[in-house]
Ligand binder design. Structure first.
Ligand SMILES: *Cc1c(COP(=O)(O)O)cnc(C)c1O
Length: 386
């Protein structure tokens, strides 16, 4: 019986798509692998907070860790509802200046839970072609019909809205604000303008790569664009720039109440560790003061975007800290990543089916604890490989 699985795996190996868990060690912004110390250009720790030991020490100094629960031992609906969850939700609701905020165990939980709860058979989901796997899974789990619009193609979205607006009681537009493979951004005002043409269209935005990075207070691209209020379901995650675990939706109170009553990944899963939520609370309070890190990250991003663009002579899609270096075919992408690793830069090749075929790439992600010199060194090595 197990033969079946072994053969499937062998097939993956043949296609060069076999996955294994890498044996790595972390040391600040560096990573050790195969006895090699490399600067981590594949991290989601965009503000450099996860590797900031002084910040951790500050947190531990002001938190009575011995008294804190490491586990909630239960769903929040049963005995797992610790006061720190509601405190964080209340602080976040006021930071975002919205009625309500609700926490989840992860972005994956949020995205596979919210859409199936809110979207029934009378709902149509219109999702950007490139949304994250967790959103795709959420769409699949829901009973709603769905269609994909071409990536960031608002004219296409408008056509789909016009064509379907009379057929459905509700339509939910689903997008990310910063896309994970090209680092390009969504024009949130375009989506808000489209949504506002209809009484029954709602907007769902996933800010996983934007929380902490964009906006005066680090609340994400919606803050930068000044349209937090117009987004019905504003989702973000704590696992990336926030150096923690978990996720949230910022929404109206009625939506929060509805999710508490109906959302299965919220009802049937043990809530986050209270200690981790305390850490998120600490970080959310410090987030507005991290403008220096955000500006530095922005400078590094522009530097790398321009450098890669000069090198490839291709249009650079990125407007963020995620910068793709698109080589096209698998073999040269893998070879280039290997070469960069030998030179001390931990960069990973991304191949189909993760990205469209013919667009294999190295996906650089920058963190605020890097220096302009380090980015320049990376660009020098890239130029040498041309
Ligand atoms: C990382 C990511 C998620 C998943 O969040 P986790 O908290 O890691 O489960 C969801 N959406 C997007 C766009 C992401 O990049």
């Amino acid at each position: 019986m197990l033969n079946f699985y072994a053969e499937q795996l062998a097939q993956l190996q043949q296609q060069g798509q076999y996955r294994t868990l890498p044996d790595i060690r972390h040391q600040g912004k560096h990573i050790w692998r195969d006895g090699r110390k490399m600067l981590n250009f594949s991290s989601n720790d965009y503000l450099g907070l996860a590797s900031d030991n002084s910040l951790k020490q500050q947190f531990f100094a002001q938190t009575d860790v011995g008294e804190m629960a490491l586990t909630s031992s239960s769903s929040r609906l049963l005995t797992g509802n610790f006061p720190i969850y509601a405190e964080l939700e209340s602080v976040m609701a006021s930071q975002f200046q919205r009625e309500a905020c609700l926490l989840f165990n992860s972005g994956y939980h949020a995205n596979i839970g919210i859409l199936p709860t809110l979207a029934d058979k009378q709902t149509l989901i219109l999702a950007d072609k490139l949304v994250h796997a967790s959103l795709i899974d959420g769409i699949r789990l829901s009973e709603a019909d769905y269609q994909r619009y071409r990536h960031n193609d608002y004219a296409h979205l408008q056509q789909l809205l016009e064509k379907n607006s009379k057929t459905y009681q509700r339509i939910i537009i689903v997008t990310e604000s910063v896309f994970s493979m090209d680092g390009d951004t969504t024009d949130l005002w375009q989506l808000v303008a489209l949504k506002q043409q209809y009484r029954h269209v709602m907007l769902y935005v996933d800010e996983a790569h934007a929380l902490g990075v964009f906006g005066q207070n680090g609340l994400g691209l919606a803050e930068k664009c000044g349209c937090i209020e117009q987004i019905d379901f504003l989702v973000g995650t704590f696992g990336k720039a926030l150096a923690a675990m978990g996720a949230y939706v910022v929404c109206d109170q009625v939506i929060k109440d509805y999710l508490i009553n109906k959302m299965r990944p919220l009802i049937f899963s043990t809530a986050l560790s209270p200690l981790v939520v305390q850490w998120v609370y600490f970080l959310m309070q410090h987030l507005p003061q991290m403008q220096t890190q955000r500006q530095h990250l922005q400078q590094l991003s522009t530097q790398l975007q321009l450098g890669v663009q000069q090198l490839t002579q291709q249009v650079m899609p990125s407007r963020s800290q995620i910068v793709p270096y698109i080589l096209g075919d698998n073999a040269s992408t893998v070879a280039s990543a290997e070469r960069l690793q030998q030179r001390g830069f931990y960069c990973l090749p991304i191949r189909p089916p993760t990205v469209p075929s013919g667009t294999s790439r190295i996906r650089f992600s920058l963190t605020a604890d890097m220096t302009a010199d380090e980015v320049a060194q990376l660009l020098d090595v890239l130029k040498g490989s041309q």
